[in-house]
Design a protein around this ligand. Structure first.
Ligand code: SAH
Length: 213
């Protein structure tokens, strides 16, 4: 086996051992190479199960957390998905393997621009990346079948709850920015919203307004 194949095998094995067992999610994470989304001095650590720094003081999430969140979102091929927090674009590219269309929003224009360049280089055509404050959602494209938030808010933002289709699922970290946060799964029913707490997580905070760059 080549080094690259062995590294990839270990990466996938590591995901499984942390509870990522959904076959479609694993296939998507086998196809989308995290190394394409990490640049500079951290590139060689792309296959380690840890968050890594990216531009604008942000982070690309830990792969097992990406896998567990994607799995919890139960994405199907016809879904229109909204992601808040484009960051490196890694999570969006995995969602794009599983869904019909992905809208991803980040408050840093630079991150949106750089993620778009990676999507283009990889030939991914079903992602629309937008620079905006994602705490307002994306009213023009609503409702969404699935919403994934990759930055932590103190409570689920009202506009995102409102933009979730009935029968839809939203997965998001909730809690104080520097304390322990909980990953929450929200299902919208005809009567209201059901909340399920999945696990403790730690994400960068959801910050209001557009960033400087
Ligand atoms: N999903 C990313 C990791 C995201 S890190 C990946 O796969 O790499 C969290 C991101 O949320 C950061 O890029 C940050 O800029 C963004 N963010 C924080 N608050 C936001 C807001 N109000 N609207 C949009 N993006 C926001």
């Amino acid at each position: 086996m080549t080094d690259a194949a062995e590294i990839k095998m270990r990466f996938l094995y590591g995901l499984r051992s942390k509870g990522v067992t959904d076959g479609r999610v694993l296939t998507a994470m086998e196809k989308i190479d995290r190394g394409d989304f990490v640049t500079g001095i951290f590139a060689e650590r792309a296959y380690e199960d840890m968050p890594l720094p990216i531009a604008c003081g942000q982070t690309i999430s830990q792969p097992s957390v990406v896998g567990l969140m994607t799995q919890a979102l139960e994405v199907s091929p016809r879904d229109k998905v909204l992601e808040i927090g484009t960051g490196s674009g890694y999570q969006a590219a995995i969602l794009a393997e599983l869904a019909r269309r992905v809208y991803t929003v980040d408050r840093h224009r630079r991150l949106v621009r750089e993620a778009e360049a990676v999507f283009a280089a990889l030939g991914v055509t079903n992602i629309t990346a937008i620079a905006a404050d994602g705490s307002h959602g994306l009213p023009d494209q609503a409702p969404f079948d699935r919403i994934l938030v990759t930055a932590a808010a103190e409570d689920p933002p009202g506009p995102l709850l409102a933009q979730l289709r009935i029968g839809g699922i939203m997965v998001l970290p909730v809690g104080q920015s520097d304390a322990v946060q909980s990953l929450i799964k929200v299902r919208r029913t005809p009567e209201g919203y059901d909340y399920e707490e999945l696990r403790p997580v730690r994400f960068v905070p959801l910050v209001e307004g557009l960033g400087q760059d």
